[in-house]
Design a protein around this ligand. Sequence first.
Ligand code: HMG
Ligand code: MG
Length: 301
Amino acid sequence: MSDNRVKVVEVGPRDGLQDESRYVPAETKLKLIHKLADCGIPVIEVTSFVSPRWVPQLADAEEIMAGLNRMPGVHYPVLVPNERGYQRARAAGANEVAVFTAASEAFNQKNINCSIDESFDRFRPVLERAAEDGVRVRGYISCVLGCPYQGEVRISDIVRVAGALKDAGCAEISLGDTIGVGTARKVREVVSAILELVPDNQLAVHFHDTYGQALANILTSLELGVRIVDSSVAGIGGCPYARGATGNVATEDVIYQLHGLGMETGVDLDALASTGRWIAGTLGRQGSRAGTAIYNKNFAD
Ligand code: HMG
Ligand code: MG
């Protein structure tokens, strides 16, 4: 990856929608995914093969995969919590997956009903199967900048989890500020520590924007060499197991920032602003700052 190029990983269809209380029809989800690909987004996390009892909104994962119109060059990874999820994902045609755990014991118990060490026992077999199948795996670490249940999260715990994901064969690791509490100084400490063991072209940042710090935290990460950024169109989302967490940073705001910094993303920001406006309207949400400004500039009288 050139130093000027940033890979934006769109997580709206999964992270953005998983916490919507009203069921969003599969047709709408597919329309969103296809519109995002049309905007030039290179990676779209499309759904999740978790237990439908835990996350009812994404119970239609098989239907999403079946309805996917894959655009050449675009990647369509899915989230899997365990071997069962991996088997479902593969049977549905997924060729890239993401596993997830947290650097906080308390959060793991609420989110996946097991300890950090037990989570290793769940994702290791997934990574073994994926290696045999030639499937690329991303590993998420939640709560790297704070936990809704235990507060502070030790850097040594984040390093331990990142090491386990890397040793198990993850091609990319994404650092999640699940509840959006982090500020730039903490980001600098955590990202610097993880860059000691994960190369910058394999490290992503995944910031939720609860306290409005996500763009500052992304800028700090970019300055440290990170070139993979997760975001959610229109800033949709939250986390079912982190009360009060808002959506990820909005993709429109991130692309505006990156283009302003002279970085390349391959994304058509005007088209993205329209997509963001459409999905925000469909969900009855406000939409992103940059998306709204672009829409007003282009279309409002
Ligand atoms: P469990 O209850 O501890 O485990 O759930 P279990 O093995 O006893 O399974 C319970 C039931 O689920 C059983 O069904 C299983 O068959 C079924 P029952 O016999 O009771 O009818 N089951 C499954 N069904 C479909 N697909 C599967 C599957 N696995 C088990 N894959 C489990 C453990 C992990 C399954 C559960 O806790 C779960 O699904 N959790 C999902 C949590 C989740 O999706 N959280 C949100 C995503 S993470 C996130 O948003 C953070 C991130 O964005 C980064 C950040 O922001 O930090 C990635
Ligand atoms: Mg998230």
